[in-house]
Design a protein around this ligand. Sequence first.
Ligand code: 4AD
Ligand code: MG
Length: 451
Amino acid sequence: MTESLHGVTGSGAPVVTIAEIGRHEGETVVLQGWLYNLRESGKLLFPIFRDGTGTIQGVAHKAGVAPEVFDALKSLTQESSVVVTGKVRTDKRAQGGYELDVEQVSVVQRIDEAAPYPITPKEHGVEFLMEHRHLWVRSLRQAAILRIRAEIMRAAQEYFDSNGFVRTDPPILTPAACEGTSTLFPVDYFGDEAFLTQSGQLYIEATALALGKVYSFGPTFRAEKSKTRRHLTEFWMIEPEVAYCDLDGLLELAENFLAHIVQSVVRRRAADLETIGRDISKLRVIEAPFPRLSYDRAVEMLNQAYRDGHLENAFEYGNDFGSPDETWLSSQFDRPVMVHRYPADVKAFYMQPDPDNPRYALCVDVLAPEGYGEIIGGSQRVDSYELLKSRIEAHKLPLEAFEWYLDLRRYGSVPHSGFGMGIERVVAWVCGLEHVRETIPFARTLNRIFP
Ligand code: 4AD
Ligand code: MG
């Protein structure tokens, strides 16, 4: 099939990817890709090709190839698309361990020097790169990050799929808020007001009571009006929900789930972690159990840090943690730390109060190490009808929109718990990135909905 594509492969040799080229040592193969870079040294050309799975250096000697092949190679510009035939040779010094002795080239599209590829190997500002995100994703570093992202999502689903969870997909168009009314994106729904979902939680509470252990995985939306390195307006969340599960059970689920994801990336994406310069030793230690820290104890730590001059502001008891607080707290541990039992007042309406002290909620925020902060938020859910109804009223949420949700407490209510994990926050941590904008193919933020 590929052989006949535009008639460009010509040679009839097998089409292979750079990732699997090691299996074709000594053979003549065809690569379908792009010119990444071209170096000349006298009568030698060293083109570097990329094909989406990796890069390989080609070698062509003026005396060793047909003149038209040499000329075609020599005139290739960065990111011109090209199909190359060549012989695979082991080279210990080469990145990846192999080189390609070029025999033939078919140029699919040559980019004219007059309008060259905009992203050159020289430095570009982040704004410029984000404006050209559709091209920036071709860079080796960005491609590696996207492969790691894909592995994180694969491993996350694998964990649930192989532990008895059923994936149930909640709606994206919803009639009501799950995570507070201040970050809702309104949609005109045939004359009625609807909203893009902030979380699938309310719906998977329903499917959990139907199926026991469930999860959802999809895009979620928050009209976040803040510009931080942790916030997107559109992000992907994976959320488990478990019937007959309490907060302790949820903490165990969270630590085993996260350890599985990180170790899968270490095992299967080591080369990509190396490409982006990630210190893998920091990931290898991510094994259960994770430290547990009560909100009260976390506040003591923060105020001690303030007295010791590590933090600018004293922490006011009763508040939710801000970014600097989370950054400092999470940098105190080499594994994710699970902060539990926040004051109920700063948390969502659906969280079960602690029976030992109802001012606290049976909830958890998992903060990733190295200063990354919150990657998971979850809780045990209110299971009493009366309490949930009064919470909905106290939060001034429209009762009619929640009648179906209250049904879950009218008919066979049980203790149940769940959490949500933001994929982009986890990608940022696992890859060691400064900002979430590089963790998703096309980031949506307060100031960006292009390209
Ligand atoms: O803590 P959050 O708001 O929790 C919920 O939405 C619950 N309903 C989840 C549940 O219990 N099923 O969000 C969960 C996670 C956060 O820990 C964070 O990783 C991510 O979603 N997140 C964001 N990621 C990027 N940009 C944003 N604006 C995010 N808001 C939340
Ligand atoms: Mg949260």
